[in-house]
Design a protein around this ligand. Structure first.
Ligand code: ZN
Length: 375
């Protein structure tokens, strides 16, 4: 966009900018600048700023303008840019099922190979070396990212598993293995109190293996986002949800104790968030909560499938068990569809500026998801 002029044009709430427009590391100082830190029940002003880019249209030679909306995440202050529809996330006619067949002969997660080719958990974590629930099988991650890293496949037989077929049952069993893993690690290694359950689904999301699976991390060190979320004052989570319930345009509904919204300031396309008050770690999920979470994830993935997406990331951000006021929360987002020479949705903005840039307004995403969380 060399040569494009950017003008700040409209409205923003300077109070909200002071309140949330800084990284968490400086959030305390930012709060101190304003006497009106939100109190219980007080609604947030969700901060937006409209920018206008002006350029000369190459066809007409006339000035042309385009609008960019900058939003700030109410929890961490990260900013996000909502740009006009540009077809950044095109549908794909790539034959995913044929590709699945092509790579299946060498897949280490398929029947006949999963037992021999995947590493077992150490005996201190689980005497059997694997954790099984229903069809789900959890084992140690060959490529560890933390002191304790797991992989859980939905089923050895489900090498090809499009989003619309990831059922509540499959998710419940898979999540149950990850919860059991987190509990076992924390019992064996009390320093590892930070647990997350994550997913790279299909290659554009970062998955190196085609066969669908989730990944668990349990560590003594939080990730950057876990730390930033941990530093968010508890009241701000409540006020964010209260505000979204009141406004309604991004609020999706509940699955049991999990409340689902479309992100106001997404870091990735079609990003959803969910929150469950009263628990702070995946290790604290009981069977009922696991089923409620699985229900919501299945609804969301079915919606993504209807919207034409094949790939997603998920992160369920745990804080240490018993963290007062911290709600277990997650992000779920679409990634580019798989096809030859596809455009990655993760650009210099997301990777190096930590700034989302999406051409699907969150309110449109919420409309496309509709009332399926309220039925
Ligand atoms: Zn496989």
């Amino acid at each position: 966009m060399d040569g494009v002029l950017i003008f700040p044009v409209i409205e923003t709430c300077s109070y909200a900018m002071l309140e949330i427009g800084f990284p968490a590391a400086t959030a305390t100082a930012a709060f101190c600048l304003h006497p009106g830190v939100p109190r219980r029940g007080e609604h947030m002003d969700l901060s937006r700023e409209l920018l206008t880019a002006e350029m000369i249209d190459p066809g007409t030679g006339e000035p042309a303008r385009t609008t960019i909306e900058v939003r700030h995440d109410p929890l961490t202050g990260h900013s996000s840019r909502i740009v006009p529809e540009r077809g950044l996330m095109p549908a794909s006619d790539f034959d995913l099922e044929a590709f699945a067949r092509e790579v299946q002969p060498n897949c280490p997660f398929c029947p006949g190979r999963v037992d021999q080719l995947t590493p077992k958990l150490s005996a201190s974590i689980h005497p059997d070396g694997r954790i099984m629930r229903g069809e789900a099988v959890l084992f140690a991650n060959l490529h560890a990212y933390s002191s304790h890293s797991s992989v859980s496949i939905y089923s050895p037989r489900l090498h090809y598993l499009p989003l619309g077929q990831i059922t509540r049952r499959l998710l419940t069993d898979n999540l149950a293995t990850q919860v059991a893993f987190a509990q076992a690690v924390m019992a064996a290694d009390p320093r590892s109190r930070w647990a997350s359950i994550n997913a790279n689904h299909m290659l554009p999301s970062g998955s190196s293996l085609f066969h669908p699976h989730t990944q668990g991390i349990v560590d003594s060190q939080p990730t950057t986002m876990q730390r930033l979320l941990f530093e968010v004052p508890a009241q701000r989570f409540d006020n964010y949800l209260d505000t979204e319930r009141r406004l309604g345009e991004r609020y999706l509904g509940k699955t049991g104790r999990f409340e689902w919204i479309v992100s106001f300031a997404p870091i990735a396309p079609a990003e959803l968030r969910a929150f469950a008050a009263g628990i702070s770690s995946p290790a604290e999920l009981d069977d009922d909560l696991i089923a409620e979470l699985a229900h919501g994830l299945a609804l969301a993935l079915a919606a993504y499938a209807e919207m034409g997406f094949q790939s997603f990331n998920c992160a369920i951000y745990g804080a240490p068990p018993g963290t007062e006021g911290y709600p277990l929360n997650l992000r779920l987002a679409c990634r580019s569809n798989l096809k030859a020479f596809y455009r990655s949705d993760s650009t210099f903005l997301e990777r190096l500026h930590w700034e989302g840039a999406v051409d699907m307004p969150p309110e449109i995403v919420a409309r496309r998801i509709g009332d399926r969380f309220r039925r």
